[in-house]
Design a binder for this molecule. Structure first.
Ligand code: FES
Length: 79
């Protein structure tokens, strides 16, 4: 008996999708940088170097930053 392996999923796990191709930055790296204190988009860009070349990824980097910051706001107690 053999199990079928979904190779595309396996490859995706092995080679995470890059958000920024120019600087080879993954979404996981962006999220980790935010978790480690990058609380502004400028800090995130400065730390990861994402979006510092052609700029094609700038919308994606901004969207990931905004999404992660919203998650953190939702976790805070309401005033
Ligand atoms: S793809 Fe991110 S700067 Fe070019």
């Amino acid at each position: 008996m053999s199990e079928e392996i979904d190779l595309s999923s396996l490859y995706a796990m092995m080679r995470p999708k890059k958000v920024c191709l120019c600087k080879s930055v993954t979404e996981a790296q962006l999220v980790a940088a935010i978790e480690n204190g990058c609380d502004t988009l400028e800090k995130l860009i400065e730390t990861t170097h994402a979006s510092t070349n052609c700029g094609t990824c700038s919308g994606s980097v901004r969207a990931i930053f905004n999404r992660e910051m919203e998650k953190r706001k939702e976790g805070l107690p309401k005033p």
